[in-house]
Design a protein around this ligand. Structure first.
Ligand SMILES: [Ca+2]
Ligand SMILES: [Ca+2]
Length: 470
């Protein structure tokens, strides 16, 4: 938890912005009487390899890019935790991992004494007269939350439809690789789970609802395994795919706790040994392209529906992904690739088209922002900050860094200029974002940066709750 003086300041800021929100929302609210609908779109494991964020020169995301263009794109958004379950539990409850003790994918988040009776984001909407329905992955698969929804497809217990899998696995030739696998799978896109999630959401948008709608749409790709139909692979000819910029000795100045997160002798060694790096990048890009097409179908359906002009749209991904940077793969680390994610919002009557906000913001901020945008009652216990001032003016002053936690007492603080990491054993990293965007040069040992580290360390949480019981 942040220091009491800072919390008090933030709380008064958030409350102050509620009154500012109401006049702007009148136009958005007209069609449903008094509340705008919310289209809440999650994309699993999507890093910044989208056109509008420029994370990879070969990526093709026309639909994500056109949605970003329609409102405000947060180009420096970071997750609360670089793993599905803790990131999503924090976003949906508004409570940080360090407060709840929900740090890992294995942690059943309702077992946390802090989250046991927490009112989740959709529950808060239901308490204000909304109908909350969803399909696909919003919560982590193992821990769905039926109290959060009026209705779910395929079901309240099984939130995500199954995907087809190729008969002969693995496709990448890495032994015992489990779902760390990739390659084209010859099925029509209609057989993919995400396509069916989009179908269900599109159907909801075609119906008349007697209450304002909180509509969740959770896409699973580009989560592993990267099996998508061949046409998406054909967009990225293998010989033209560019690999990430990786420094072979990058981990030499990283403390042991960080090297343990990178695990260079596992995934990275396997990928190199089996000659799969380029194919992996191609497969991730193909998976992103597939999901982008699913998203485009949903946005087109919204635009052809009666909800087009009175719906707030939020699109987020739950964390980033490494594809070899720092000799690391997957999420589960505290560097830029794992913690930087996609976040954009469209709020009729509030946002203007083409907005781009470069301030450091957090997925923790979504819950309080939606409260402000939809005029719900404030929840002072939430640990994020309403982004309403930035939605109105993306250049508005904002001096809050973003905090990400991976496992108990391992944190990173990301300001516009710096990334500071402190591990549970006290070891540290410091990167100068303006001169080292790949985070290659750990400056922590240099005495001249002691003051900067001290300033950034003020944002570390005071409480580090014990792990929840499994
Ligand atoms: Ca994820
Ligand atoms: Ca390095």
């Amino acid at each position: 938890m942040f220091t009491s003086s800072r919390r008090t300041f933030l709380k008064s800021l958030a409350l102050g912005s509620v009154s500012l929100a109401l006049p702007g929302m009148r136009c958005a609210s007209r069609a449903t009487g008094n509340k705008p609908n919310v289209l809440f779109i999650a994309i699993d494991d999507l890093n910044d390899w989208v056109g509008c964020l420029g994370g990879h020169p070969d990526t093709l995301t026309p639909n994500i890019d056109r949605l970003a263009q329609r409102g405000v794109l947060f180009s420096n958004a970071f997750c609360a935790a670089p793993a599905c379950n803790p990131s999503r539990a924090a976003l949906m409850t508004g409570i940080r991992p360090s407060t709840s003790g929900v740090y890992l994918n294995a942690h059943p988040w309702r077992n946390s004494p802090v989250l046991k009776d927490a009112v989740t984001l959709p529950q808060h909407f239901m308490a204000h007269g909304y109908k909350a329905v969803a399909s696909g992955k919003i919560y982590h698969g193992r821990f769905p939350d039926p109290p959060s929804w009026d209705e779910y497809w395929p079901s309240q217990q099984k939130n995500k439809p199954d995907d087809p899998v190729p008969p002969d696995r693995p496709l990448n030739g890495i032994p015992k690789t489990a779902h760390f696998d990739w390659g084209p799978m010859d099925v029509p896109p209609q057989e993919m789970g995400d396509w069916q999630v989009a179908d269900w959401v599109i159907n909801q948008l075609g119906q008349k609802h007697d209450k304002p709608l909180f509509l969740g749409c959770g896409f699973f790709r580009p989560h592993l395994p990267w099996y998508v139909p061949p046409k998406y692979f054909e967009k990225f000819p293998l010989d033209k795919v560019r690999l990430p910029n990786v420094k072979d000795d990058d981990l030499d100045d990283v403390p042991e706790a960080g090297v343990k997160m990178a695990k260079p002798h596992r995934d990275h060694a396997n990928v190199l040994k089996h000659g799969q790096w380029r194919k992996a990048v191609q497969s991730y890009l193909a998976s992103i392209s597939f999901t982008d097409e699913c998203l485009g179908r949903v946005i087109d359906a919204l635009d052809n529906s009666e909800y087009r002009d009175n719906t707030v749209i939020v699109l987020w991904s739950d964390h980033g992904w490494h594809l070899g940077e720092k000799l690391h793969w997957r999420k589960f680390a505290l560097w830029e690739e794992a913690t930087h994610n996609v976040l954009m919002m469209v709020a009729p009557g509030v946002t203007k088209a083409g907005g781009r906000c470069e301030s450091t913001v957090s997925l923790m901020d979504i819950y309080p922002t939606l409260i402000d945008l939809c005029g719900l009652s404030p929840k002072p216990e939430l640990e994020g900050n309403s982004l309403l001032p930035l939605l109105k003016d993306p250049a508005a002053k904002w001096d809050k860094p973003a905090l990400t936690t991976h496992g108990r007492e391992n944190h990173t603080v990301r300001s516009k200029d710096w990334r500071y990491i402190r591990y549970a054993d006290g070891s540290e990293e410091l990167y100068d974002r303006n001169n080292d965007e790949m985070e290659w040069n750990n400056l922590t040992a240099k005495q001249e940066y002691a003051g900067i580290k001290k300033e950034l360390a003020k944002w570390l949480p005071e409480v580090n709750a014990p792990d929840v019981e499994i």
